[in-house]
Design a protein around this ligand. Structure first.
Ligand code: AKG
Ligand code: FE2
Length: 502
C-alpha cells in the first residue's frame, strides 16, 4: 500500500527527471570523495618515496651513516616524533563531508515501495506485450533493439521481487538472467558485488517451488563449490535429494501462459484497423466550426466516438506541460464503496488539475471542447493533465460512476456524460487507449483528441465504453482530459427516456 508521503517515483517520467538530477549530484559527490582520497594518497606517497631514498642511502653502510652526528640526531628525532604524526594522519577519516552528504540525501532516494512498483511495471510490460525476459534483459523491446541492457543487479532484484510475490516461475527466469550476466565479462564494483553462492541458492529455492528438484540439486551443487563446507547449503542439497527419492512422480510445474485478453490484443495493435473512410471536416457541431472546421474521424457510432486531428497546437501543448510539471501528484481513483479517492495499483500516472479560469489557454481549451462536442462546460470537471511513467497504465474502467454513493460534485452536476482526451505527445511504443468490448484501439498522436459518450440516451452508463490506457513501453505519454458532466447538457443532449433522475 502506497502511503501519502511516498513520492511514487516511477509513476511519471517528468517526476523521475528529479531523480536523474539527484544521481548526477551523487556521482559528483563520490568523485569529490575520490579527490580527497587522492590527495591523501599523494601526501603519503611523496613521503614514503623520499624516506625510501634516505633509508636506502643509510642501508648502504649503516655504520658510516650513523657516524655522522647530523644523521644520528635526525634519526632519533624522527623516530621519536614523526611516526606518531603519521599514525594520527592515517587515523583521520577521509571524505567525512561526502559521507555526510550522502547520508543526508538518503531520504530522497527511492524506497522499497518504489522498487516494488518499478518491478511491477516491468512485469506489466512483459505480460501485456508478451516480451520475453531474455529479450527484455538485452534491451529488445517489442521487436526494437535499444542500446540498454539490464545488469546482474537489475535482474536479481527483479528475481527477488517475483520471489516475494510468490511468482516462482518468473523469479527463476530473472535469476537465471543474473547468473548469465555474472558468467560474462563484466564486473560489478566491489561494494556492489553479489554473493554468488546466495544467488545460486535463491535460484535453487525458486526451482524447488517449481518442483524442478533435479535442476535444483545441480544449482545447489554449484553453490556448494562456491561456498565450500557451507552447512546450510549442504543440508539443503541433501534435503532435495531426499525429495527426489521420496517423491519420484512429482511433475515440474509448467510456466502457465494465461489466454490472451482482448485488452492485450488491443494494446498490441491487433484489433482490426479503423478504415480511414470516415474522415470529414466537422463544421456543424458548433457555429464556430463553420469558420474553422476540425478534421474529424469517426471511430464508432455505438458508443459514439470520434477523433479530432491537430486540435491542439504544439505551443499550447508545451504551455500545458509547463503549467502541470510543478504540481504533478500521483493519480487516484474514486472508490465507490468508501466514497473516497485512493492511490491504486491499477492507475499509475501523475496528474494535476487546471482551473477553467486559470489563464487564457485554459479558457480557450474549454471553448474548444465546447466546439468539438457541442456541450456546455459549466459544472464539468477541471482540465486534467497527466503524465505516465515506467509502464504507466490505467487498467480497464468506466469513466462514469452509475453508483448510489456519489461525490458531492456528482450529486450536483450529474454523471460524466462524455470524455475528451487530448494526446499531448506521441508515444514511441505502447500507451494506446483501448476499448476492448468494441475492439477499438487508439494510439496516441500528438495534437489529436478522442471524444466519446459514456452514457446512453437514457442517462445510464454505457458498458461498451469500458476502456484502458495500455502500459507505456517506451516514451513519456502526456494526455489532457475533460470529464464533461451531464446536468448542464439538458437541452443539448436531452434524455430520450426518463428512467434516470439526476
Ligand atoms: O490515457 C489514456 O489513454 C486514457 C486515460 C483514461 O482513460 C482516463 O484518464 O480516464
Ligand atoms: Fe478513462
Amino acid at each position: 500500500q502506497t502511503v501519502d508521503n511516498e513520492q511514487s517515483h516511477s509513476t511519471s517520467v517528468a517526476g523521475m527527471v528529479q531523480l536523474l538530477e539527484l544521481e548526477a549530484k551523487l556521482i559528483d559527490n563520490l568523485n569529490n570523495y575520490a579527490d580527497e582520497l587522492e590527495l591523501k594518497l599523494k601526501v603519503v606517497r611523496s613521503f614514503t618515496k623520499q624516506m625510501h631514498k634516505e633509508s636506502s642511502k643509510a642501508m648502504d653502510d649503516t655504520v658510516q651513516y650513523l657516524s655522522n652526528p647530523l644523521n644520528a640526531f635526525s634519526l632519533i628525532r624522527r623516530m621519536h616524533q614523526d611516526w606518531i604524526h603519521w599514525q594520527q594522519y592515517m587515523e583521520q577519516p577521509v571524505g567525512k563531508q561526502q559521507v555526510n552528504y550522502l547520508q543526508q540525501m538518503r531520504e530522497q532516494l527511492p524506497t522499497s515501495t518504489d522498487l516494488e512498483e518499478a518491478g511491477a511495471a516491468l512485469h506489466r510490460i512483459h505480460i501485456t506485450y508478451d516480451i520475453t525476459i531474455s529479450d527484455m534483459t538485452q534491451g529488445l523491446l517489442n521487436g526494437k533493439k535499444y542500446n540498454v541492457s539490464l545488469n546482474a543487479l537489475d535482474s536479481y532484484a527483479l528475481g527477488n521481487y517475483h520471489y516475494d510475490q510468490q511468482n516462482f516461475g518468473y523469479a527463476s527466469q530473472w535469476i537465471y538472467q543474473a547468473i548469465n550476466w555474472l558468467k560474462g565479462p563484466h564486473k560489478l564494483p566491489l561494494p556492489l558485488e553479489l554473493d554468488r553462492a546466495e544467488v545460486f541458492h535463491i535460484y535453487a529455492e525458486a526451482l524447488i517451488k517449481m518442483n524442478r528438484y533435479k535442476d535444483a540439486v545441480q544449482v545447489l551443487h554449484t553453490a556448494t563449490t562456491l561456498k565450500k563446507d557451507n552447512l546450510k547449503l549442504l543440508l539443503r542439497k541433501s534435503e532435495v535429494e531426499t525429495l527426489i527419492r521420496t517423491e519420484p512422480n512429482v511433475v515440474p510445474k509448467a510456466l502457465q501462459k494465461p489466454p490472451v485478453l482482448a485488452y492485450e490484443r488491443g494494446c498490441r495493435g491487433q484489433f482490426a484497423q479503423n478504415s480511414r473512410l470516415h474522415c470529414v471536416y466537422n463544421s456543424t457541431t458548433s457555429p464556430f466550426l463553420r469558420l474553422a472546421p476540425l478534421k474529424m474521424e469517426l471511430i464508432a457510432l455505438d458508443p459514439y466516438m470520434v477523433i479530432y486531428h491537430d486540435v491542439i497546437s504544439p505551443s499550447e501543448i508545451s504551455e500545458l506541460q509547463s503549467l502541470a510539471v510543478p504540481s504533478l501528484k500521483r493519480a487516484t481513483v474514486f472508490n465507490q464503496k468508501s466514497g473516497r479517492n485512493n492511490v491504486v495499483k491499477t492507475r499509475t500516472s501523475k496528474v494535476t488539475w487546471l482551473l477553467d479560469t486559470l489563464n487564457q489557454l485554459t479558457v480557450r481549451l474549454n471553448k474548444r471542447i465546447t466546439d468539438m462536442t457541442g456541450f456546455d462546460m459549466y459544472g464539468s470537471e477541471m482540465l486534467q493533465v497527466m503524465n505516465y511513467g515506467l509502464g504507466g497504465h490505467y487498467d480497464k474502467h468506466f469513466d462514469y460512476f452509475n453508483s448510489s454513493i456519489a461525490s458531492d460534485l456528482t450529486r450536483l452536476n450529474g454523471d460524466r456524460i462524455a470524455t475528451v482526451l487530448f494526446y499531448l505527445t506521441d508515444v514511441e511504443q505502447g500507451g494506446a487507449t483501448v476499448f476492448p468490448t468494441i475492439e477499438k484501439a487508439v494510439f496516441p498522436q500528438k495534437g489529436a483528441a478522442i471524444v466519446w459518450y459514456n452514457l446512453k440516451h437514457d442517462g445510464n452508463g454505457d458498458t461498451q465504453t469500458l476502456h484502458a490506457a495500455c502500459p507505456v513501453i517506451v516514451g513519456s505519454k502526456w494526455v489532457c482530459n475533460k470529464w464533461i458532466r451531464e446536468r448542464q447538457q439538458l437541452f443539448r443532449r436531452p434524455c430520450l427516456s426518463s428512467n434516470k433522475s439526476i
